[in-house]
Every structure is written in C-alpha cells, then in structure tokens.
Design a protein around this ligand. Sequence first.
Ligand SMILES: NC(=O)c1ccc[n+]([C@@H]2O[C@H](COP(=O)([O-])OP(=O)(O)OC[C@H]3O[C@@H](n4cnc5c(N)ncnc54)[C@H](O)[C@@H]3O)[C@@H](O)[C@H]2O)c1
Length: 252
Amino acid sequence: MTASRLAVVTGAATGIGLAVARRLGTAGFRVVLLDRDTTALAALPTEPWMAEGTVLDVADPGAIEGAFAALAARHGPVGVLVNNAGIAAVHPFLEHPLDAWERVMAINVTGAFLCSQAAARQMAEAGWGRIVSIASISGVRASLDRAAYGTSKAAVIGLTRQMAVELARFGITANAVAPGATETEFVRRHHPAAVRAAFDAATPDGRYAAPEEIAEVVTFLASEAAAHVNGVVLPVDGGFLAAGVLGERSGA
Ligand SMILES: NC(=O)c1ccc[n+]([C@@H]2O[C@H](COP(=O)([O-])OP(=O)(O)OC[C@H]3O[C@@H](n4cnc5c(N)ncnc54)[C@H](O)[C@@H]3O)[C@@H](O)[C@H]2O)c1
C-alpha cells in the first residue's frame, strides 16, 4: 500500500473546487486543478502546492482516460480524486428540455463515473485511494425546477455507494459531501433573492456555507484518518436536511 499525495480536483478553477484544492494543498497534497474553463485556470496565481492546471471537459468521455494517464506519467499515480465539476439546470418538470437534462447528466454523473474509473485504476494498482464526490442536498431532498439536477445528484450518491462497495478491497474509499447552499458563482447564477430568502428560512443556522467549510470536510474524507469511513453522504448544510418546518423561535 502506497498512499499517493497527488490529488486531482475537477471543476477547480473557482468556487468549491478551488477552495478544496487550496485546502488539500495546505494538508500537504500536490494538487492538479482540472477545469474546462481555460481562461479561469490561466488566471489563477501559481501556488507552491499546485502540481498543474489542466484543461479538461469531464463531459468529453474520449478525453478522460488519456488525461489521467498523462497526469500519472508526469506526477505519479493519483491518490485522491474530488469529483466537483457540476452544473445545474433550472426548469419546471413539464417543460424540462431534453438537451439540458442530457448535459447535466453528462457532466454531473457520467463525468464523475469516468473520472472515478480512470483514477481508481491507478489507485487500485497502488492499493490506496480516496474518492470524494460533491453531491448536494438536492440529491436527498427535492425542490422546485430541479428534475435533472436533483436526479443527477441522487445518482452521484448512488455511484458513491457503488464505488464504496466495489473498491474497498483495493484500499479505496468513496464518499460524498452534500453541500447546502454555498456562496459561489453557481448560486449567484441560480439563486435570485426569493430563492436565497427561502434557503435561509429553511436552514436552521440561517445562512449559506462558505466554500472553505465544504473543503474542510472533503479534506477529512481524503485523509488517512478517514480510512474506515466509506460510502457515506455527509451533509454540510447548516442543518437543512435535519429540518422540517421551521416556525418562529419560541421563548426568550
Ligand atoms: N454552490 C452551491 O450552493 C452548491 C450546493 C450544492 C452542491 N454544489 C455542487 O458543488 C460543485 C461545485 O459548485 P460551485 O458552486 O463551486 O460551482 P461553480 O459554477 O462556481 O464552479 C464550477 C466549476 O466547475 C467547472 N466545470 C463545469 N462544468 C465542467 C466540465 N464539464 N468539465 C470541467 N469543469 C467543469 C466550471 O468551469 C467551474 O470552474 C458542483 O458539483 C455543484 O453541483 C454546489
């Protein structure tokens, strides 16, 4: 068993992915930042923990295996994979366009599957690995207009359990983190004021997460200390999934 200190984070040019990459960097990993956004990757200042930034669209099935093989040739085998790249589509169920459904599935589900498969082949050879996938509270609870997004995140949770069962014998764990609403470009695009107010009201601690709060939990799941944590879905959501109707607070 060799614990590789090379971590790969998809969708790492901004938001949660960038916060995860930074936190893994401070935990001593060399980190490869994968993203489809060439400009955003190029704009990142170089930091000592960065192994490289690589342009990769996780929705391009033909590119993934080769990209991971090339990374291994340059840096050694991947030890940690964080499946973070994801998009949302917001449409009422009756009008949800098929192309938006397929795009969400291609990135959020098939992309995570293929990156995990490519990374796990390297991890299995080394006898050690950590796969952490960014799911969502939307994979556990439904909300309006998220037929594709919610279904894709439920699939990420299913994929996580499947990998946990099939890969344990190779020394690989697979876990998911389910963020609640988190302050990134993603919510600035998808959460108008009324949606923000609804999330704040439905969240016991009444606020959005900072990306760094998600990164902290991902880094724990990627650590040696989490060796016996496998197949879980860990919400980082201020209590959103624990809650029912939140009325006015009573008493003094
Ligand atoms: N922000 C939230 O409230 C929230 C809540 C729950 C879950 N999530 C999940 O967390 C993850 C990151 O979200 P975020 O808020 O940081 O999003 P973001 O939109 O701010 O950043 C996503 C990054 O992924 C990259 N990306 C998108 N499609 C890609 C592809 N096909 N290939 C490679 N890179 C791609 C983008 O270029 C971008 O850099 C997503 O999977 C999202 O579903 C976010």
